[in-house]
Ligand binder design. Structure first.
Ligand SMILES: [Zn+2]
Length: 417
């Protein structure tokens, strides 16, 4: 990887998977702030670093990727405010994963299942009583997992960690949910996986899915924590480079549309029809025309939201308009649409969120705790966690909100919910 400039980011001029310089721009969202760096309410705003958010496509291996890789110390500062509030859809997905994998691979109590970026151990808890489990997690979530009976190594997952803490044991299954898009050197992760995996072992990754991103106009998932936007086609290219092959893949509903991919050493597993079927679908879904259409949809969605907001008068008009939920992706949407404290009264977060008491990145929109009083005073709430709207709306209603919901994507919609 290139040396980082003084400004804290590396310009991506070679594909992150295949190294080709043949990169095509799909869309630029302008400069966006770091989505998890937030300043306290009441403070005078300090300077913030913003970075270009360009989406590029490699014409060699078809990987879609961010155009600037920001220094991880800037992206994940000590004050990093992400809290893993596991949603119902995520919990259900991990339970379904175990139900699928244990019989498919005939796992028994002798088999080791290791999870990369295991967080608080939610995924592994579904395997715990049937197999041996081991988490690898660099953050303090590892402590919580250990306290709750999920053995977890508090380290980054890499070749050294595998040598020091896992070998000579070998894993029958290694899982990685939403890890592949975040780590700078993807090849070193695959090397470490191969080292830890039994010869007949299986690597299962779950990633936010590029085709779904395009179809449902999820430009809000473009920010600097996400270095790569994966398809089966680009993953196949990656695994090919490492003598591995994908033998099964399926769509799953997490994060607004994801894909679960099963890979193993070449020649060790029978390849299921799902692989060819999805690769074929991607040929039609990931054309240059489709990328151009995506860009047009993003622009149309942005202007529609702005115009609908004009109609309702934004904050200054007859209606009281706020927003609900401040996930990382909300910062991209707020920045790209150009929302600020003159348009939105506040963003509400559930009690316990570490984001409460801060401003949305790049603005002075305050993030406040959702209370029945605040909720019942609002006419319109913009659902920034629109991808879990079905789960969220009944909860907000139950807490006293009587107005209209707006989901901003794919296109702005007013819902009674
Ligand atoms: Zn490439």
């Amino acid at each position: 990887m290139l040396a980082r400039g003084t400004k804290g980011s590396v310009l991506v001029d070679r594909c992150q998977i295949c190294g080709s310089p043949d990169l095509m721009e799909i869309i630029s969202l302008g400069h966006i702030p770091q989505v998890n760096v937030m300043q306290p309410i009441g403070s005078r705003l300090q300077e913030e670093t913003i970075f270009p958010a360009e989406l590029l496509k490699c014409n060699q291996c078809s990987l879609v990727q961010i155009g600037h890789i920001v220094d991880p110390e800037l992206v994940f500062p000590p004050t990093y405010s992400y809290v893993s509030r596991t949603t119902k859809i995520l919990r259900e997905n991990f339970a379904e994963l175990a139900d699928e994998v244990i019989p498919m691979l005939n796992l028994t109590s002798n088999d080791l299942v290791a999870d990369i970026g295991s967080n608080d151990g939610t995924l592994l808890s579904n395997f715990k009583n049937k197999c041996q489990v081991l988490g690898v997690e660099p953050t303090n979530a590892a402590k919580y997992a250990n306290e709750n009976g999920i053995p977890t190594i508090q380290q980054f997952f890499n070749v050294n960690t595998v040598k020091e803490y896992i070998l000579p044991r070998k894993a029958s299954v290694i899982t990685a949910a939403n890890v592949f898009a975040h780590i700078e050197d993807v090849h070193s992760i695959v090397d470490a996986i191969k080292l830890a995996l039994d010869t007949n072992g299986v690597f299962i990754s779950e990633n936010h899915y590029l085709v779904g991103l395009l179809k449902t106009v999820q430009y809000d998932t473009i920010y600097h924590e996400h270095l790569r936007y994966l398809s089966l086609t680009s993953l196949k290219y990656l695994f090919d480079m490492h003598d591995m092959e994908i033998f099964h893949a399926k769509y799953i509903p997490t994060h607004g549309g994801s894909i679960r991919v099963y890979a193993a050493l070449k020649g060790t597993r029978e390849i299921m029809p799902s692989v060819a079927a999805i690769l074929e679908e991607e040929k039609a879904a990931l054309t240059n025309e489709a990328f151009a259409k995506f860009k047009a949809h993003v622009v149309a969605s942005k202007t529609a939201l702005y115009h609908n907001g004009q109609e309702w008068g934004w904050r200054s008009g007859a209606h009281k308009i706020g927003a609900i939920g401040a996930p990382s992706r909300a910062a991209t949407l707020v920045s790209y649409i150009g929302l600020n404290e003159d348009l939105l009264e506040f963003v509400l977060e559930a009690p316990g969120s570490q984001k409460i008491g801060h401003y949305m990145p790049g603005t002075k929109i305050p993030i406040l705790e959702e209370t029945p009083e605040l909720l019942s005073s609002m006419d319109v709430l913009l659902l920034l966690s629109w991808h879990i709207a079905d789960e969220l709306m009944p909860k907000i209603r139950a807490k006293g909100f009587k107005g209209k919901f707006i989901t901003p994507l794919p296109y702005p919609r007013k819902l009674d919910g």
